[in-house]
Design a protein around this ligand. Sequence first.
Ligand SMILES: [Zn+2]
Length: 389
Amino acid sequence: MLLHRAFVNTYALRTDIGLLLIDPGLLRGAASVYRAVREWSTAPLHTALYTHGHVDHAFGLGSFLEAGERPHIIAQENCIGRFRRYLLTQGLNTHVNRRQFGNPSYVFPDQVTWPTLTFRDTLTQRFGDLEVQYHAAKGETDDHCYLWIPEHSYLFTGDLVIWASPNCGNPQKVQRYPVEWAEALEAMAGLGAEWLFPGHGYVVRGREAVRDVLTDTARYLRVIIDQVLARMNMGQTPEAIFHAVEPDPELSTRPYLQARYDHPKFIVRNLLRQWGGWWNGNPAELLPATWEAQAKEIATLAGGVASVVARGRALLDRGDAVLASHLAEWATRAEPADRGAQALKRDVYARRMDNTQSFMAQGIFRAAMNEARAALGEEAINPSAALSL
Ligand SMILES: [Zn+2]
């Protein structure tokens, strides 16, 4: 087997009748994947599998197709609907990913490589004597699947395992499925796999290690799910639930469950959205005044924007960047041309970026910081291209 790593893990497996390629990868990684595979094997590409239709997994087949290869392309059937949505919302996804990855020149693909064969629940494919099982599993997406190859005891999880806490609450993207995710992890743990090949991060070897990664991740999700569900059933408001629910402190220390990408609080929001409506529990915000009108009212009450800015500075200086960010929003929305207000906003979000390890939270804070920098005539600060799509 070949592992090609470029942000995403792409795997190629030799079989008696040709190659199985798992997750062709990124559009911009296509030539690199093709070169790596073709230096390693000249066997025909028999099948490509999308573990799900995300842009870092299902967009890297181009060089194989241009070379005249015609593999079966297998995906769970919801991948079709996902790709249709991508074509409808290409502009939106460009903006979202620019913000999430801090890459102002990123453009979301406007073309897709459609699957040639889809399945709903399970599919078994034989490559000569080798049996490959595909299992549908909602989780990060509605079109996920994992692969199980009993003969080798190989389990390919896609992004159901990513060496970070589950990407299960992304604030800018569509619904994720924490309950089904936990169920899929528990089903995979029951396979007794010797090898776990994740969508991102390290390969795991050894039955116990594989089982621990899978069951710990399932428990991490269930601890959040159970708290949210109990509180929703008690009739608590979404805001109260958001502030009350915390992840398991011990599981949160596992190297494969660090909240380096998503954030556990975003999982809470995602569950509230899945089981409830969009109203946040505050009646004033049901049919609200604009943020600008609210901000002007607060600034007037405070005796002017300068007072709001001064208070925000004081809060930031004593380490309360969370509360200070609300004052920065009021100040800049009440008086967008006020340089003190924009400087407060810039400094507040720079601090908030430092205060979180969640890459997704950092992306949104960075975009806010850069809005303020633009208002002040300063250059944007973006990360190096290393992690950008
Ligand atoms: Zn991924």
